[in-house]
Ligand binder design. Structure first.
Ligand code: THU
Length: 162
């Protein structure tokens, strides 16, 4: 038997004010994106903002549907918009935030497995890791570099071939 250990890492800040200017501004854009959340069922609003290499910002928010599985998370709305409209302009960073009127969020919302799988493919396509910045108004900020620090055992395309 061999025991393998994989180390994943992330940085924690007390507030988005401790981030550098571009990351701080991207966080404010994510909060802006969340205003277009369509979440009448969960009442949980999520906003994502992508900063591209050119400086362009792309927005996403969770879009729910009365046929529940038809809805999509904020992260995938933004990442698929990127793929459809700006695939040659690499994604440098993604800020994600969430709000609900139901209770106080005190920890950042970490992306679901499906969003991480999509994020993995974007990184692969552009051959560059993406800096993920997760925050809520009343809690810490988590900065995670690349999919390998979130989903080390992801499904790799190379497994499809011998
Ligand atoms: N949601 C996101 O948009 N991103 C996440 O990272 C977690 C969950 C959405 C999906 C659904 O509309 C609502 O939040 C509650 O799960």
């Amino acid at each position: 038997m061999t025991n393998h250990e994989i180390k994943i890492a992330f940085d924690e800040y007390n507030s988005i004010k401790e981030l550098d200017k571009t990351d701080y501004e991207l966080c404010l854009e994510a909060a802006d994106a969340l205003k277009n959340s369509h979440s009448p069922y969960s009442k949980f609003r999520v906003g994502a903002a992508l900063r591209l290499q050119s400086g362009k910002i792309i927005y996403g928010s969770n879009q729910e549907n009365v046929a529940y599985p038809s809805g999509l998370c904020a992260e995938r709305v933004a990442l698929f918009y990127w793929g459809a409209n700006h695939p040659d302009d690499p994604v440098v960073s993604m800020a994600v935030t969430a709000q609900t009127d139901e209770f106080m969020l005190t920890k950042p919302v970490t992306s679901c497995g499906s969003c991480l799988q999509v994020l993995a493919e974007v990184e692969k396509k552009q051959n560059k890791p993406i800096k993920i910045i997760l925050y809520v108004q009343q809690g810490p900020v988590w900065v995670i570099n690349g999919i390998e620090n979130q989903l080390p055992f992801l499904f790799f395309e190379d497994r499809l071939n011998a």
